[in-house]
Design a protein around this ligand. Structure first.
Ligand SMILES: Cc1cc2nc3c(=O)[nH]c(=O)nc-3n(C[C@H](O)[C@H](O)[C@H](O)COP(=O)(O)OP(=O)(O)OC[C@H]3O[C@@H](n4cnc5c(N)ncnc54)[C@H](O)[C@@H]3O)c2cc1C
Length: 267
């Protein structure tokens, strides 16, 4: 759905992405300029929601649709912008100031990349290696909920911030959770050992099972479950596997889209 712009412009300020960064930039631009044309292009449906809520929704008993805070129409009208939802940008040509996308070409005056993080491709063996789930937006979250409907055992790859948040949330939601991480402690890059141990004990008390200092060797289908074989020889059977592995490199994503190397027009 294209929301008609109140100010038709051929070369507007263009923002790619509809996460917190994108909408915050637009709100800040509007504080100093209510007239300039702004176009937002996103591969998401364009509504506003708080991404951190995705990893606390089971405990707060919220469905995916209940997490939508502001519909796309209201975002467009309140900010005075044109939104192109469900549109994936495939190429940026900074010399011609041209964006190629699944909905056609766009021209911009200034460009903001608010692309977020990419999921990391996991190097796993096994005939179910491609079944690992990632949750990076509301649609992923809905798919995950559909997948675990009526199921009980969830494996989480990674005991980082998001892995621990989902371990907490899913345990509170009544699931059995196994967490696997190469590091010997949870939140290895964020917490000192003593603090990590307190968190680990609290989550253990909720029923979380830890497989630390090891990694997944392979993931295979086993009847209607998955069988995970660990590098330390252990095995885990579960109904769904979630990964918390992300590369926080929006610049590399942007660079991949770049048709020619020139970044002076990109802020
Ligand atoms: C489950 C979860 C929980 C989190 N919890 C926290 C938390 O508690 N605290 C915290 O600080 N952070 C948390 N984060 C990190 C969170 O991602 C950031 O804090 C913040 O939401 C990122 O906002 P963003 O706008 O930079 O990126 P995103 O919200 O990821 O937005 C990126 C946008 O770019 C769009 N996009 C990307 N590529 C293209 C393309 N080629 N074409 C068109 N559109 C494209 C996407 O569709 C999306 O709309 C969490 C992340 C997740 C996944």
């Amino acid at each position: 759905m294209n929301i008609p712009s109140p100010v038709p412009v051929t070369h507007p300020i263009t923002i790619i992405g509809s996460g917190l960064a994108a909408y915050t930039v637009i709100r800040e631009i509007r504080k100093i300029n209510t007239e300039v044309g702004i176009v937002l292009i996103t591969r998401e449906p364009g509504y506003f929601y708080s991404k951190p809520m995705l990893s606390t929704a089971f405990a707060s008993k919220k469905t995916a649709s209940q997490l939508i805070m502001t519909p796309i129409e209201k975002m467009a009208s309140s900010l005075g912008i044109t939104i192109y939802p469900n549109t994936t940008v495939t190429r940026i040509d900074p010399l011609d100031k041209k964006i190629s996308s699944s909905s056609g070409d766009f021209y911009y005056s200034k460009l903001v990349l608010a692309l977020g993080a990419d999921q990391m491709k996991l190097d796993l063996e096994g005939n179910a290696a491609d079944q690992v789930l990632f949750i990076n937006d509301l649609e992923d979250y809905q798919k995950f909920r559909d997948r675990i409907e009526g199921k009980r055992k969830i494996g989480i790859l990674g005991a980082g911030l998001i892995g621990c948040e989902f371990a907490n949330d899913l345990s509170l939601g009544g699931f059995d959770v196994d967490v696997i991480d190469l590091a010997p402690q949870v939140l290895g890059r964020l917490l000192p050992l003593a603090a990590a141990q307190v968190l680990q004990e609290k989550l253990s008390a909720l029923g979380v099972t830890w497989h630390l200092s090891t990694t997944v060797h392979s993931m295979n289908h086993q009847i209607d479950q998955f069988k995970i074989e660990l590098a330390n020889g252990g095995t885990i059977n579960c109904d769904a596997v979630l990964s918390d592995h992300w590369t926080q490199t929006p610049y590399s994503t942007g660079k991949r889209l770049w048709a020619r190397y020139a970044d002076r027009d990109c802020c």
